[in-house]
Design a protein around this ligand. Structure first.
Ligand code: 1HN
Length: 353
């Protein structure tokens, strides 16, 4: 039985060992180590572009066939082609396009997954967070942090569609999902504050002074509405004052005013402006990122592939794929990723090429 390690005989005997161990759920690390601990990230996720117009047509068809109330949330999942069956857009994140028609409500619930909404079209529907409405306009960012009650409604006369970005695969990874509906089958949370109340208290470099009564929102994460009108004006001012960063263009991150960090514990979001004719240098980062084209058009070179998104299209860049973006017209992008989680775990890296 004593074969020389590395000999053909030993290899045959190892196969026998593996066969004998497997029923007891024991496996040799040495056969898989190099695939487990890779020198650089290897993601099963693939780069992909979704054309908004095509997705929208399918979503409106669903709108004729199922109500928001029946569906609980009427959403088309943007599933990464490299992660089939996982409802994941990256290994850690989820993306979907949600439709809410005039007069509809999406019932109040809460869950341990945190979510962001980025408005793609429509004007005047709302998300209520713990009973306070954020009235949503195109390209606004609205947050529903983990375990906060949220319902949606559309009192406007137009359909509204927004992008949902959630940390569903991350929460699934930790097997830490909890969810519940309001008791007694209530559809909407009782109003707790007038619309815009939190934005006025926390969204302007101010906060309630001298007491907890006026704080109202959780101290660790008070703000949940970042209007397009404000972030777009900031990007424009930045573009007037500075040359673009070679790898990012003009870029601004949405921050939690309570700590200056990313908007939620697992999810970070930012916007970029690339002036017409500008091409970024390639950059890699460990946070796979979902992008939305807010304005303009261009080419996203992801690894060796070129994608040509136009306004409202969405694309995903996997971990450690190089990304270079060319702006054929002034290009404005919204993006979200798991950088918030990776930075807490000491995992996040980038390489500027
Ligand atoms: C959710 O709560 C919403 O509140 C949207 O609008 C999409 C996908 C999975 C789990 C919860 C929403 C969701 C979701």
């Amino acid at each position: 039985m004593n074969a020389v390690p590395g000999s053909n005989e030993a290899r045959v005997l190892l196969q026998g060992l593996y066969a004998d161990m497997a029923p007891q759920h024991l496996y040799p690390l040495w056969e898989v180590l190099s695939a487990l601990v890779t020198p650089t990230p290897r993601s099963a996720a693939q780069a992909h572009l979704w054309h908004y117009d095509a997705a929208r047509a399918h979503l409106l068809r669903a709108g004729d066939l199922i109500t928001a109330e029946q569906a609980e949330r009427r959403v088309l999942i943007l599933e990464n082609p490299g992660l089939p069956g996982t409802s994941s857009v990256t290994t850690s994140l989820y993306a979907g396009l949600q439709l809410i028609l005039p007069g509809e409500v999406a019932p109040c619930h809460r869950h341990t997954q945190c979510a962001l909404r980025f408005v793609m079209e429509g004007d005047g529907a709302f998300t209520a967070l713990d009973g306070e409405r954020a009235v949503m306009r195109p390209f606004d960012l609205v947050l529903t942090p983990n375990w906060q009650w949220h319902d949606h409604g559309n009192d406007s006369s137009d359909p509204m569609i927004w992008l949902d970005g959630l940390d569903i695969p991350t929460v699934r990874h930790f097997a830490a999902s909890f969810a519940e509906r309001l008791p007694d089958g209530a559809m909407a949370h009782a109003e707790t504050a007038p619309p815009g109340d939190t934005l006025a208290r926390y969204g302007r470099n101010l906060r309630p002074f001298g007491g907890t009564a006026a704080a109202r929102r959780p101290a660790s994460l008070p703000l949940f509405h970042y209007p397009f009108a404000e972030w777009r004006a900031s990007l424009a001012a930045m573009a007037r004052a500075d040359a673009p960063d070679p790898h990012l263009g003009h870029a601004l991150e949405f921050v939690n005013p309570a700590d200056g960090g990313p908007v939620m514990p697992t999810v970070a979001a930012h916007v970029r402006l690339l002036p017409k004719g500008f091409t970024t240098r390639p950059r890699q980062a460990t946070d796979a990122t979902v992008f939305v084209v807010v304005e303009g058009e261009g080419t996203a070179r992801i690894g060796e592939q070129d994608f040509p998104p136009v306004e409202r299209d969405l694309f995903v860049v996997p971990s450690w794929e190089s990304l270079a973006i060319e702006a054929r017209r002034d290009l404005v992008l919204f993006a979200y990723s798991d950088a918030a989680a990776q930075q807490k775990l000491g995992l996040w890296r980038e390489a500027r090429l």
